[in-house]
Design a protein around this ligand. Sequence first.
Ligand code: AMP
Length: 216
Amino acid sequence: MKRLIILGAPGSGKGSQCKWITKDYNVPHISTGDIFRKNISEGTELGKKAKEYMDKGALVPDELVIDLLTSRLDEPDCVENGFLLDGFPRTLSQAEALSNYLTSKGIQIDRVINIDVDDEEIMSRALNRRTCSNPECKEIYNMRDNPPKVEGICDKCGAPLFIRDDDNEETVANRLRVYHEQTEPLIKYYEELGVLRTVKGQQEFADTVALVKEAI
Ligand code: AMP
């Protein structure tokens, strides 16, 4: 049973790390970005509201995120196995809401992993990112470092790859600005709670995996 949070700028490679962490530690991977994207593709009210913000690289307002997240944490898989939070919390008020929720349940976060990658590298990665369109797969490729064998097609499942609406230069620059202003203060917040470990994002995926393992 582990209760984990992964922090890092958007595009730092959090999503790729989450894929093995969720398997190795048998914890549900909870990505608020994925929950919003699912709502957008299903055309729900929440999806419509969230899309306006997401397309600009802005944060979805806290009130749309916090209840969504805490009700997800109330589900039996999280209660029994713990969880891995990816993309939440993103603001100090979300972090405080999460702390209040955890305290009310008498539980705590075991570890916060902060993946550290500089902005220039993040921009280059985001512009080269391709994502598998199959919601069961969601494999991530990078045209620079890790291209698919056949252009535009997922190696794993054969579904078409796509470029996320928010992976364009203007939106990424805005996301990075938002990250530095609103999310970066969480590093200090969790450092003070004594649960934070920072891992320098490495060029090679496997090297980052080894560092994250050590940190958990
Ligand atoms: P991600 O897939 O984590 O990069 O999230 C994509 C977008 O979803 C973000 O740029 C935000 O617009 C929105 N989003 C995801 N998680 C949150 C959150 N915890 N708070 C506010 N907005 C969020």
